[in-house]
Design a protein around this ligand. Structure first.
Ligand SMILES: Cc1ncc(COP(=O)(O)O)c(C=O)c1O
Length: 416
C-alpha cells in the first residue's frame, strides 16, 4: 500500500521537478514595486514584459482611487454570502448590465474567478447525453471543465475548421442517438500563441450543424475589436456567439470574470452555476473597481491605441530582425527559438542578469520538446525605447544561442 504523501514527494510533476534550482527565480519570482514596465526583481530593476496589464490600467490614478475609496467605504467583506443567499447588491447588478451591453449580449453574470467560472459553466451546460467539441489548444480551465463532463468530448486540431467539421459530424451522429445537444468551445485569443480563434470559421459551420458556441475571450477583452470588446467584435460575429466569457485578470488588471449571453440562459446559470451558488460573491471594491475600469475602457480609447503602438513596433521589429513570432494577430508576442530546457534556463538567466529584461519562458512539457518560447506581453505603459532595447538584446541572445553559448547539460541553478 502506498502512502499518498510519499508518492507525491517522489514525483513532484514536470515543473515541480526543478523546484530546487528554479523556485523563486524561474518559478514563483517576486516582481516588486509599482506594476509597470520597470519592476524590481532580485533587488534590481528589470524591463518587464510578463504582465497581462495590457491597457496599463493597473496603476491608472483613477483606478487606484476607485479601488481605495471602495475599500474604505465597504471594506473587503461586503456583501457577505453567495449571490443567491445574501451576497447580492445594486453595483453587482449594474456591472453585469454594463458588461452585457459592452459585449453585445442581453445579460451577464459575474464570476469570482475566471478559471472556476469556466469549469462551472461547462459543467452546468451539458449532461451525459450532450457532446462537447473543443479546440485542442484550449486553456486549462476549459480542459478541466471538459474533464468533468460525463458524456463524449471530441477535440479538434487547433483552429482547423476541417477537423472541427469532422468532429461535428461525429458529434451529430452521436446526439442523434442520445437525444442530446452539441456544445462547441473555443477561445477568442489563445494566450500562448496570440492566435485568434477562428470564430468566423466556427460560426460558418452553424449553417450545416446544430450546436451552441461558447468562447473564452480572456485576452481579447479590451485589446481587440473596434470598441475593445474582443475577438467576436473584431471578427464581426458578436451575434453568433451564444455564450461569451472573459476575465478581469488581464485588461481590467483585477480579479473576477463574467459570462454573457441570452437572459433565459443566464437565468439558468444563475441558479445552476455551482462555483457561484456555493461560494461568496465578489467583494464590493472589486465590483466598484471593475465599473471604473470598464468606464475607462469605453471612454478612453487612447489606452488601446497606445497598446497597439507598442505591439506593432515590437512585432514588426522582431520580424525584421528575423525572429519567428508565429501567427499572432493580437498583443501576445511569442518569440519561438530552438533549444533544450537547460538552454532555455541559461538564456533566460543571461537575459535577466546581463540585460535586465524579464519575460516568461515556456518550454516542454507545455510546448513540444526542442522549442523555447519567450513570451512577451506588450502593454500601453511600455515605451518605444523599451521596444528598441528589447529587440537589441534579443538579437544578441539569439546569436549566443546559435553559437552554443547556452549549451549545457544541466538547467541553470540561479542560486549558485
Ligand atoms: C484563456 C484564459 N481563460 C481563463 C483564465 C482564467 O481567468 P482567471 O484568472 O480570472 O481565473 C485565464 C487566465 O487568467 C486565461 O488566460
Amino acid at each position: 500500500m502506498a502512502d499518498i504523501f510519499e508518492k507525491v514527494i517522489r514525483n513532484m510533476g514536470p515543473l515541480g521537478a526543478h523546484i530546487k534550482e528554479a523556485h523563486g527565480y524561474f518559478t514563483f519570482p517576486k516582481l516588486e514595486g509599482e506594476i509597470g514596465p520597470k519592476m524590481v526583481f532580485n533587488g534590481r530593476e528589470k524591463l518587464n514584459w510578463s504582465l497581462n496589464n495590457y491597457l496599463g490600467l493597473a496603476n491608472h490614478p483613477e483606478v487606484r482611487k476607485a479601488d481605495a475609496d471602495a475599500a474604505a467605504q465597504y471594506g473587503m467583506a461586503y456583501p457577505m454570502g453567495a449571490r443567491m443567499m445574501s451576497g447580492n447588491s445594486n453595483p453587482h447588478e449594474q456591472l453585469e448590465k454594463e458588461l452585457a451591453a459592452f459585449v453585445g449580449k442581453e445579460d451577464a453574470i459575474l464570476l469570482n474567478f475566471g478559471y472556476q467560472g469556466v469549469v462551472s459553466i461547462i459543467d452546468a451546460m451539458v449532461d451525459r447525453h450532450d457532446v462537447i467539441v473543443y479546440d485542442a489548444e484550449s486553456h486549462a480551465c476549459i480542459v478541466d471543465g471538459v474533464r468533468l463532463h460525463q458524456g463524449h468530448r471530441f477535440q479538434f486540431k487547433h483552429n482547423d475548421m476541417e477537423s472541427c467539421e469532422k468532429q461535428l459530424q461525429r458529434a451529430t451522429r452521436l446526439v442523434e442517438k442520445t437525444g442530446g445537444g452539441i456544445f462547441v468551445i473555443t477561445e477568442g485569443v489563445f494566450g500562448m500563441s496570440g492566435n485568434q480563434g477562428d470564430l468566423r470559421g466556427v460560426v460558418a459551420l452553424k449553417d450545416k450543424y446544430n450546436f451552441r458556441l461558447f468562447i473564452d475571450d480572456a485576452h481579447g477583452f479590451g485589446t481587440i475589436g473596434k470598441t475593445g470588446s474582443g475577438a467576436a467584435e473584431e471578427q464581426g460575429v458578436v451575434d453568433q456567439i451564444d455564450l461569451h466569457f472573459s476575465t478581469f485578470a488581464k485588461s481590467m488588471a483585477s480579479i473576477g470574470a463574467f459570462v454573457a449571453g441570452p437572459k433565459a440562459i443566464l437565468d439558468f446559470l444563475r441558479y445552476n452555476l455551482r462555483s457561484q451558488i456555493y461560494a461568496k460573491s465578489l467583494p464590493m471594491p472589486l465590483v466598484v473597481g471593475a465599473l471604473k475600469r470598464l468606464d475607462l475602457i469605453r471612454s478612453q480609447p487612447e489606452h488601446k491605441e497606445n497598446l497597439w503602438k507598442i505591439v506593432n513596433a515590437l512585432q514588426s521589429g522582431l520580424k525584421e530582425a528575423g525572429f519567428n513570432i508565429g501567427t499572432t494577430s493580437t498583443p501576445v508576442t511569442p518569440v519561438v527559438l530552438s533549444g533544450t530546457v537547460a538552454e532555455s534556463t541559461h538564456l533566460t538567466f543571461d537575459l535577466r542578469e546581463n540585460y535586465d529584461i524579464f519575460c516568461s519562458i515556456v518550454v516542454y512539457p507545455v510546448i513540444p520538446k526542442g522549442l523555447i518560447i519567450l513570451r512577451l506581453i506588450p502593454t500601453a505603459a511600455h515605451s518605444l525605447a523599451d521596444v528598441e532595447r528589447t529587440i537589441k538584446a534579443f538579437k544578441e541572445i539569439k546569436q549566443n544561442l546559435e553559437l552554443g553559448k547556452y549549451n549545457q547539460d544541466e538547467v541553470v541553478n540561479a542560486f549558485l
